[in-house]
Design a protein around this ligand. Structure first.
Ligand code: SF4
Ligand code: SF4
Length: 208
């Protein structure tokens, strides 16, 4: 039959139109507000949201799923004395795999011996070129670079992020990606336990 596709399309539009008001009516009868409430934004951020709705940005923001990603950031551990322990070893893998080549790293050198130190002196990401692919984070062997949730980054300037701007504590990483953080911590602890067990076995082995 001619025009079947058009009728089907109109049916989809009509359903979306109906669902938009139906969701509002249901919430109204339940005595709840779909807009400007924490419950309402949680509902509109979920898979249960029906129809077409508006987000009153910036007063309202959709809740981001854990795997949402914008720009990368560098993770550091907070030591008890307040010092920052940067996890990056300046191995350069992230810069190599970055498709648009927007990462620059300057490795540190020992001032006396001139030998390389596994820590960056400088780390730059050209945020205007980054395509948010997440490869740097996927390939980093030290869990030192992660993808951020912060998307409100518009500016009138050229956006080349340096270490000062890129470094964020591991507690921040845990707050935006709790499941990833827990999985990585468990893997790290298991690795440390296996290493300790191996060392203990080697120490207790009889010498010839
Ligand atoms: S962020 Fe990771 S992959 Fe990139 S240089 Fe540092 S340790 Fe290597
Ligand atoms: S997210 Fe992708 S494009 Fe951006 S710095 Fe990482 S690898 Fe490069």
């Amino acid at each position: 039959m001619y025009g079947r596709g058009i009728l089907k399309g109109l049916g989809v539009t009509l359903k979306r139109y109906w669902n938009t008001y139906w969701d509002d009516i249901v919430w109204l009868f339940q005595g709840k507000k779909r807009y400007n409430t924490a419950e309402g934004i949680a509902h509109r951020s979920s898979k249960d949201a029906r129809g077409i709705f508006t987000i009153q940005f910036p007063e309202e923001r959709l809740l981001l799923p854990e795997e949402a990603r914008y720009l990368p950031f560098l993770v550091y551990d907070e030591k008890p004395d307040g010092e920052k322990e940067i996890l990056c070893t300046s191995c350069g893998i992230c810069a190599k795999v970055c498709p648009p080549q927007c990462i620059w790293i300057v490795r540190s050198n020992d001032p006396t011996t001139g030998r390389p130190i596994p820590e960056p002196t400088e780390f730059f990401i050209d945020a205007d070129i980054c395509m948010n692919c997440g490869f740097c984070s996927e390939f980093c062997p030290f869990d030192a670079i992660k993808m951020d949730h912060d998307f409100e980054i518009a500016s009138y300037e050229r956006n080349i992020y340096n270490m000062e701007k890129l470094l964020k504590p591991s507690s921040y990483y845990q707050s935006i990606r709790p499941q990833n953080f827990a999985r990585e911590e468990a893997a790290r602890k298991a690795k440390e336990a296996a290493k300790a067990a191996k060392a203990a076995a080697a120490a207790s082995a009889p010498t010839a």
